[in-house]
Design a protein around this ligand. Structure first.
Ligand SMILES: NC(=O)c1ccc[n+]([C@@H]2O[C@H](COP(=O)([O-])OP(=O)(O)OC[C@H]3O[C@@H](n4cnc5c(N)ncnc54)[C@H](OP(=O)(O)O)[C@@H]3O)[C@@H](O)[C@H]2O)c1
Length: 218
């Protein structure tokens, strides 16, 4: 039985990934602020370290999925320092810390790290400088880490989704349009995780986009 440790399993893309993995008989442990096996705010690095180290005494990791993330797309000068730190902590620091803590177990298991980044990790859009910094940082972290750990059998994948219909947009001033061709579904990203896990060889980078562009302003 393969064990998955994942963040972001309570909502949207992460929730769909969790359900898909359970459907494939993986044992899934989530890290989250509320509904989770390991209750922890990812911004609290000290607690995260202690919770994961304790958990690792009795568990191994076959797959680490870094899915939790937050977005904010406003002119950079309007962002508070607290919001800047918040996004870097959740989107970039936490996945790097979790990879660090789990790597020995992943090496033993010949495991797999899957980072859910974003289309914004692959391009440069306005009002996205901070988000882009966190997501392209995570994508490049994964690519570099793969070069380090491939000899020990560990795989590292960056999945870079375009607009996906989830609560991610609840507090943003835009959202994908309702036209099904203009957004992805969380289940599509979950299917791509299963595909990446099944394939012989290593998918290092996977960008998934809807067929058309369509955004509504709120
Ligand atoms: N939706 C899109 O269009 C899209 C496109 C590209 C990439 N992505 C990325 O996909 C990932 C999932 O996003 P989503 O669309 O599924 O959004 P979502 O529905 O808002 O889910 C976000 C998840 O992150 C968790 N999270 C946020 N802050 C946290 C914290 N401080 N500590 C622990 N967990 C925290 C949330 O958990 P709780 O709130 O329950 O604690 C939730 O499970 C994110 O990394 C996002 O950047 C999304």
């Amino acid at each position: 039985m393969k064990t998955v440790l994942m963040s972001g399993g309570s909502s949207g893309i992460g929730k769909a990934i969790k359900e898909a993995l359970i459907g494939e008989k993986y044992t899934v442990f989530t890290i989250g602020r509320n509904v989770a096996e390991i209750v922890c705010d990812l911004r609290d690095a000290e607690k995260l370290e202690s919770e994961i180290k304790t958990w690792l005494k009795t568990h191994h990791v076959d797959v680490l999925i870094n899915c939790a993330g937050v977005g904010l797309f406003d002119p950079h000068e309007t962002l508070s320092i607290a919001k800047i730190k918040n996004m870097i902590d959740v989107n970039l620091s936490a996945p790097i810390i979790l990879s660090n803590l789990c790597l020995r177990s992943l090496q033993k298991q010949q495991g797999h790290i899957i980072n859910i980044t974003s289309i914004e990790a692959t391009r440069h859009a306005k009002y996205s400088a901070l988000y882009t910094a966190t997501k392209s940082g995570l994508r490049d972290f994964g690519h570099s880490l793969f070069e380090e750990v491939r000899k020990s059998g560990v795989k590292v994948t960056s999945i870079n989704p375009d607009m996906t219909q989830t609560p991610f947009f609840n507090n943003l001033h835009f959202a994908p349009s309702d036209d099904i061709d203009t957004h992805l579904l969380p289940e599509t990203i979950a299917q791509s995780v299963l595909d990446v896990l099944h394939i012989k060889g290593v998918v290092t980078d996977l960008t998934i986009r809807p067929q058309k562009v369509g955004i509504i302003k709120k």
